[in-house]
Ligand binder design. Sequence first.
Ligand SMILES: NC(=O)c1ccc[n+]([C@@H]2O[C@H](COP(=O)([O-])OP(=O)(O)OC[C@H]3O[C@@H](n4cnc5c(N)ncnc54)[C@H](O)[C@@H]3O)[C@@H](O)[C@H]2O)c1
Length: 396
Amino acid sequence: MNSATLSAVPPVASSPRAVARVGFLGAGEFISFQHLPNVSLIASSRVHAICDLDTRRLESHAAKYRPAYTTRDHRRLLEDPEVDVVIIGTKQDLHARFIVEALDAGKWVMCEKPMAETPEETARVLDAERRAKGRLAIGFNRRFAPAYARMKRLLAAQKPPIYLNYRLMFPSPQKDRGFYADKARILYEGTHIFDLLCWLLDAAPERVYMTGDLTRNNICVLEFPGGSRASFMCGSMGSYFLWKESLEAFTHYASIVVSEFIDMRVRGIPGEFDAFYAPHLDRLGEEVRREGLDLYETRKSQEMMAEVRALDMPCERVVRPGRNFGPLPYRMEGASLLIPDKGWKASAEHFLNCFLAGTKPDNADGRAGTLSTDVALCALRSLEKGVPLAFTPSPV
Ligand SMILES: NC(=O)c1ccc[n+]([C@@H]2O[C@H](COP(=O)([O-])OP(=O)(O)OC[C@H]3O[C@@H](n4cnc5c(N)ncnc54)[C@H](O)[C@@H]3O)[C@@H](O)[C@H]2O)c1
């Protein structure tokens, strides 16, 4: 994890380009929601090609983003010398395979999480990363969320031990069917948070314990060197009307709490104060920066009413005591305007700019992707055995 080992990675060839040409491999729901619109908004990048198996989706992307071409054959994309960076957005069962193919084709590669599902896959990815000309980034975008990036800077100045607590709880009935029905949430979503916790502490855990069920709801405890500890509740219980994620950090006489990436409270660190962070793409940024989480939650609950009614869940608009923000002052045109800034755009922009500059990106690399998968697999073994387990990171 330390910078001395990281700098052993060979230097990358610099690129004389002004614009990074991006090829998308798998452009389903998440890529349509984030990376495609983000890449099209980033001045230094261009949507060059889109590959997916779904022809209707390809037609709709072609009309919206005007790439040079769309294809159902990923080899066409990987063989295209005009594709500089490949963004992989298939589901996790294809991540490791496509990362290896794309790196071997000489591309810079950004792949969604989790990087891999098994130790054999992580080993194959690490081998490919070692021999690659390009760089690999795993989509652990939370490292680039403004509130978390600030927390990382603040914690770096604190003396260990540090205690962290992460809560990621939100209903996801759509995942009870289809691909995710028998998949462990701790692997496909928990890896995001294992990466974040290890990144915040700049360490790998020594012991891991997890309790809960096999696929949906878990509580984990991670013991880190130097006495630091993390607890992590990951699951799909609770109401749609409470925000999904919170991060809390405690050190000697200092506390930092971030709620839904929006509301950050900093106590006990001289000169550092509370802050509200604008939602993704700064939508309604002025109001949220002024009124904070109360306004965000109230408006968000109003936006979500129609969606939640269709799910047959109890639905009641959030009303904060003493605050009356009135009815939604804008028309809902489909998508919500209030999406927290989880760092999606910033993480892609940073990676693409590093490609252009020929510099080493700060995104999570293959080593970090391996660590988060290893921790998730160790947590699942601990769940099975019902005891805490010593954790040994894979050799990288
Ligand atoms: N970072 C985040 O915040 C975040 C959030 C949600 C999802 N994700 C990740 O995004 C990824 C995609 O999730 P999704 O919900 O969009 O899935 P999805 O099923 O909607 O999209 C996957 C797409 O890949 C395509 N595909 C499958 N095989 C292919 C092949 N051989 N060649 C080309 N295309 C192929 C499918 O046709 C589909 O359109 C997952 O890894 C998920 O973990 C990340």
